[in-house]
Design a protein around this ligand. Structure first.
Ligand SMILES: [Zn+2]
Length: 145
């Protein structure tokens, strides 16, 4: 998740949009509630559509290194093709320019996909209680042994 940049969270309680830290993004990824840095309310991402888009970020993060490899390979292939006389110098330059252009367009699109604001909902006390109860039960059981 650290490769993803520009992801913000919006607290439904204090109406503040803030940059998400890596640990907060990890908490969202494993659907664990965490504190709002401003109002200290317990927040979580409840929208399944946003959660799906958030989890897809891992795949988008792989596009960048993949594109670098692909672009370099194509540029080298174009140079070799010109060197062996397969294509002319103008064709080689045109091809290289097109590849570099596509490269930057793809990266721009990926950056656009990575930029998102997650609408974080406040967890109601009723949803927190079972976890606390479970923890208490676990502690009680541990102390018995
Ligand atoms: Zn807040």
């Amino acid at each position: 998740m650290t490769a993803a940049i520009g992801i913000k969270g919006h607290c439904a309680h204090c109406d503040i949009t803030f940059e998400l830290k890596p640990w907060q993004m990890n908490a969202i990824a494993i659907q664990e509630p965490f504190d709002c840095p401003y109002c200290q309310r317990i927040l979580h991402l409840s929208c399944p559509r946003q959660l799906r888009r958030f989890k897809a970020l891992d795949h988008w993060a792989l596009v960048r290194p993949g594109m670098i490899v692909l672009t370099c390979a194509t540029l080298i292939a174009a140079l070799v093709a010109q060197w062996v006389g397969f294509i002319g110098l103008i064709e080689q330059l045109n091809l290289s320019l097109a590849v570099v252009l596509v490269h930057f367009l793809v990266l721009r699109y990926v950056r656009h996909r990575q930029r998102m604001i997650l609408a974080l909902q406040v967890v109601s006390p009723a949803q927190v209680l079972p976890i606390e109860q479970l923890a208490r039960i676990a502690c009680a059981r541990l102390s018995q042994h």
